[in-house]
Structure formats: C-alpha cells, structure tokens
Design a protein around this ligand. Structure first.
Ligand SMILES: Cc1ncc(COP(=O)(O)O)c(C=O)c1O
Length: 393
C-alpha cells in the first residue's frame, strides 16, 4: 500500500487547521451582474468581467460562428493550430498596441509561466514586486534565474536591488510587475520603474491582466493611460477579464516574440486556442475599442462604491481601480463575513493567505460597468451593516 492516503489526510488536516480550506461552489449565470448559487440570487461583486462583455450577444454569436471551423484547434500553433484568423488577430493586436508583433497564448497563467521561464536563464536577474500574481512567481521559479522580490511598489527597494545586481555583475536584468494589482486594486508606478530600468540597463515586462480593456485610449491598457507604453519591452494581458472571453497576449518586438515561438514551452507544447475563442476575442477587441461609455461607467461606479465604503470607515488600502478590497485581518473572520454577505444576497469571496500575506485576509470586491445603481446601493448597505455587526468598522 502506498503512503499517499495518509500523507494527503495529514496535509488536508493542516490546511483546515490554518483556516485555508478552499471549496469550489457551483455558480450559475456567472457572466451576469446577479448570479445564482444554491438556488439563491446574489449580486456579483466577485468576477473579473469588468465591462460585462462575457454576456455580450455579439461575442457569443461570433463564438457560435467560429465553431463552424471546428470544435478545437487540434494541435499546437507550431503543428497545425495556427489559423489564418489567429494570424489576423495577432496582426490587429500588434497595431492596436503599437508594437511590432503580438502572440496569443491559451491563458494568462500559461503566458506568464512560459514567457518568464523562456526569457530568463540561471545567471540572469529578475526583479518582481512582492504582490505580483502567482503565475509570475511560478514563471520565475521555473526559470532558475536569480530572484529579487522588492517590497510592494517600493522604488527605493527596487533600486537597491538593481544596484546589488550591478555590483554582482548580473548582466541581463528584467523587471516584471502587475500594472493593476489583483488583490489590492492599486497601480504600479510605471513611469518611475521605467526610469530605473533605463538607469540600470534592465528590460520591463508588465502584466496588464486587470488594465487591458479598462484603461487607456480604446482600452489599450494601463501603460497607455499613463503615457509610458514605449518604455515597456513586453506587454502581457489577458482576454479572460475585461474582454470577457479567454486567453492572453504578449506584444513587443518582433525578434523577441520570434524567440518565444522558438523557446516558450507553454506555447510550443500545448494545443492552441479553439476557433470559438479566437472569434470571440476578435469581436471583443472591436467592442473594447469602442467601449468608452462602458469604461466611464465602470470608473464612476467604482469610485462611488469605494468612497462610500471609505466613508463608512473601511480600510480599502490604496485601491484606485475597479478592484476594491476591504481589509479584515484574520482568515476565520473573513470567511464568516463572506458567508454572512452571501446569506444576505451579496457575493464576495474572502481572500486569505497564501493568496495574500499572513494577517491581511480581506474581502475583494470587483465592479462591473453593467451593474445597476440599485444593485450597488443594496450591496453597500449589506456590506456596511454586516461590517458593523462583526466589528470590522
Ligand atoms: C495579474 C494576473 N495575471 C495573470 C492572471 C492569469 O490570467 P488567466 O486567468 O487568463 O490565466 C491573473 C488572473 O487571475 C491575474 O490576476
């Protein structure tokens, strides 16, 4: 008999004891502002469907038409999985982002893991904000490069680490950062990071998962909103959030991307996105480009929501986007808060370690442009009343 049953039992007991047990709960109508869980309707403050496009009829219809070309891509892009539609979408994306070229990946996770592990080698140095997404952390680990994790948005710490790498003679240096931090809703100081990257001869990769489609002219992204897009060497973003579909892209110089086609294992050794997804993303990109009204609605609703929670006494950290956390502290209390909200008609998932640092468990709310004013007001009342009851405020 193997040792595994006992081993897994013990590991699960430890997870339970730490208050870190996770469960998947079936949720219907997830693309909508109001979802269904266990037969109950809940106001959806938990999805990344920021512009509401996951439920857009034009995208769904494009996906249905796409399916006429086959249910799947049938192979990796280097075998027969690279369709003319994929090539056309990559060309459009490159022009849209003002870059020489663009590559489509099957997800944001595989893009980050693959790109970082392909780009970085053992003797290279990588500088990563401590709150970067797990896929960046995993890509760095896999690369074997020398990791420097700088304190969240701390430019002095980043500079000290760049100096240290310089002293050690580490030649190739890459700074990598989320643009919008997924659990905090704050924004990386890209202009200042670019200044440091130039001073120390590094390159910069940004993960714009939560800014793509949401910020900048035509939704081009956070770096475009800040007017610093040219200072970024690799722009990564996802189609799984504001685009409402699935998949991811990386845009940058032609030769860099050609290098990735040759070396990136998560691009080479996996089946390409199916035609339905390529068709859906292509239509979503058009809607995103024309989506100024949706972006304005999202920004207005987010700041109204955040201001009301702040006025009620919540700590929303440095949030300045559609992602608004409220700090709770302990994992158990966070879970209890989330459970009570759900009983009272509001869906907000408690975020606990290891996703966030110890002692920083929180509720993470994410807004949608298509939410009704009344839904938002109703949820604010429930959040505030429950927060008072639990002594969070
Ligand atoms: C900052 C960031 N990068 C990457 C990802 C992964 O993207 P995807 O869900 O498309 O795999 C996420 C999503 O959870 C994210 O928040």
């Amino acid at each position: 008999m193997s040792t595994w049953d006992e081993e897994i039992r013990q590991r699960m007991a430890a997870i339970r004891k730490q208050g870190r047990l996770r469960e998947s709960i079936t949720t219907g109508e997830a693309a909508q502002p109001v979802v269904v869980r266990e037969g109950k309707r809940l106001i959806n403050l938990s999805s990344n469907n920021y512009l509401g496009l996951a439920g857009h009829p034009a995208i769904i219809s494009a996906q249905q038409q796409g399916a006429e070309q086959g249910a799947g891509a049938t192979a990796s892009r280097l075998i027969v999985g690279y369709s003319p539609e994929t090539a056309a979408l990559e060309a459009q994306l490159a022009t849209y982002k003002g870059c020489e070229d663009a590559l489509i990946f099957t997800s944001g996770y595989t893009a980050n893991v693959g790109v970082l592990s392909a780009l970085l080698r053992r003797n290279d140095g990588v500088f990563s904000d401590r709150l970067n997404h797990a896929s960046i952390v995993d890509g760095i680990r896999l690369s074997g490069a020398r990791p420097y994790r700088y304190r969240h948005r701390d430019l002095n710490h980043l500079e000290a680490q760049l100096k240290e790498a310089d002293r050690l003679g580490i030649r190739n240096r890459l700074i990598v950062t989320d643009t919008v931090f997924s659990m905090d809703g704050d924004i990386a100081p890209l202009r200042e990071i670019i200044h440091l990257k130039e001073k120390y001869g590094a390159a910069l990769m940004v993960d714009d998962a939560h800014g793509s489609g949401v910020f900048g002219p035509e939704g081009k992204g956070t770096a475009y909103q800040l007017g610093v897009a040219d200072g970024v060497d690799l722009h990564m973003g996802t189609f799984s959030k504001a685009y409402g579909v699935y998949g991811a892209y990386v845009a940058g110089k032609k030769e860099w991307l050609h290098y990735l086609v040759n070396t990136c294992r998560s691009l080479i050794y996996t089946t390409a996105l199916p035609p339905t997804m390529i068709a859906g993303i292509t239509t979503s990109l058009e809607l995103i480009r024309q989506g100024e009204d949706l972006r304005r609605d999202l920004a207005e609703k987010s700041s109204m929501f955040r201001n009301q929670l702040r006025q009620a006494g919540f700590d929303t950290g440095e949030s300045m986007t559609q992602i608004v956390p409220i700090m709770v502290g302990g994992s158990d209390q966070t879970l209890q808060y989330s459970r009570l909200l759900s009983e009272r008609g509001v869906l907000s998932v408690g975020i606990r370690p290891p996703t966030v640092p110890d002692g920083e468990a929180r509720l993470r709310f994410s807004l949608m442009a298509t939410m009704k004013e009344q839904e938002l007001q109703e949820s604010i009342t429930v959040i505030v009343d429950t927060g008072r009851e639990l002594g969070v405020i």
